[in-house]
Design a protein around this ligand. Structure first.
Ligand SMILES: Cc1ncc(COP(=O)(O)O)c(C=O)c1O
Length: 313
């Protein structure tokens, strides 16, 4: 089961543990790394509770310190995000933890550069990629992170319960297991020892394999291209690739309005075209649904080159 996933996310099979979801994988990360009281974990102010709270638990129980950088909305460029982290690093920073794609604003952080920064400073990099598989191409070796968590049940449309934890090979022996059964400390198992959790939900894993196959059949390049094409009007710079929703908290947008009106309701007036921060709109009533812009995008006709090919024969 791990081979197709490893190929899909650009790492080795032995670096992958199949877990239930990103929350579980984040908990393995926060529980598994040796840290002393007073050691600091640096994250953003836009982490999902399933990413942040495993660290909060450890802070409350064992005295580590959680520090946050405040991401501007929108993040203007990769250097801005990088500088924020760089400035917040102290001699006690041991871990940098951040979402590759923020659940709150949709911003795609410059993960590769942030991981390189961490590596230069001798800091462990742990990335929450819950929203990445199925949304963007992912190559974990190129990304250069130490740890990565994800939930392919989101954009890859795998069944729930098919999450994963990636641990870079050189890092595997530095991570303690959270659940222990036979093999928990067998280093020869590599990352497989993290997926020894008792009985697993095997049908969910079959579903994961099928969803990878589907994405590969369509082509991740085409899927990513399509995501970017449908959100192009909403993007303001190359770091603010907003595949999920606008660079602001979830905004209610009705689906049945003409496109121009949708843009206005999404807070995307002319100011955006002039590359300025859009004016916040007054709160809308509950007749409107919260939705990612990718859903809005689906109302447009898909250009032929982005449509899935019919299988031959
Ligand atoms: C960035 C991020 N991390 C973690 C999670 C938690 O995912 P799960 O419920 O699959 O564990 C989410 C859920 O939306 C998320 O957006």
């Amino acid at each position: 089961m791990r081979d197709p996933l490893a190929a899909f996310v650009g790492c080795n099979r032995d670096e992958i543990a199949l877990l239930r979801n990103a929350t579980e994988a984040n908990s393995y990360i926060a529980n598994g790394i040796d840290l002393k009281p007073g050691d600091e974990v640096l994250m953003t102010d836009q982490e999902h509770p399933g990413g942040e709270h495993p660290w909060n638990l450890r802070a409350k129980r064992y005295g580590i310190v959680v520090k946050k950088v405040t991401l501007p909305k929108p993040v203007e460029n990769p250097a801005q995000a990088l500088n924020l982290f760089s400035d917040a690093i102290t001699p006690r920073t041991r871990v940098m933890f951040f979402s590759h794609i923020s659940t709150f604003s949709g911003v795609v952080l410059p993960a590769k550069e942030l991981c390189a920064l961490a590596r230069r400073k001798g800091i462990i990099s742990a990335v929450d990629g819950a929203h990445v598989p199925g949304m963007m191409r992912l190559n974990l070796h190129e990304l250069g992170c130490d740890l990565y968590s994800s939930s392919p049940h989101k954009w890859l449309q795998a069944p729930k319960g098919s999450g994963f934890l990636y641990v870079r090979d050189e890092m595997i022996d530095r991570v303690w297991n959270t659940i222990a059964t036979e093999g928990w400390d067998d280093v020869k198992l590599r990352a497989e020892r993290f997926q020894r959790i008792g009985s697993s939900n095997v049908p969910a894993l079959w579903g994961l394999r099928a969803s990878i196959q589907l994405a590969n059949d369509i082509g991740m390049d085409r899927i990513e291209h399509r995501q970017l094409a449908t959100t192009r009007p909403w993007r303001r710079s190359h770091v603010v690739e907003v595949p999920l929703h606008r660079q602001r908290d979830h905004r209610a947008v009705p689906t049945d309005h003409p496109r121009r009106q949708q843009r206005r309701l999404a807070g995307l007036g002319r100011a955006d075209q002039r590359n300025r921060t859009p004016r916040p709109l007054p709160a809308r009533r509950p007749t409107r649904r919260r939705m990612p812009l990718t859903v809005l995008g689906r109302q447009q006709r898909t250009p032929r080159r982005h449509r899935p090919q019919r299988p031959e024969g």
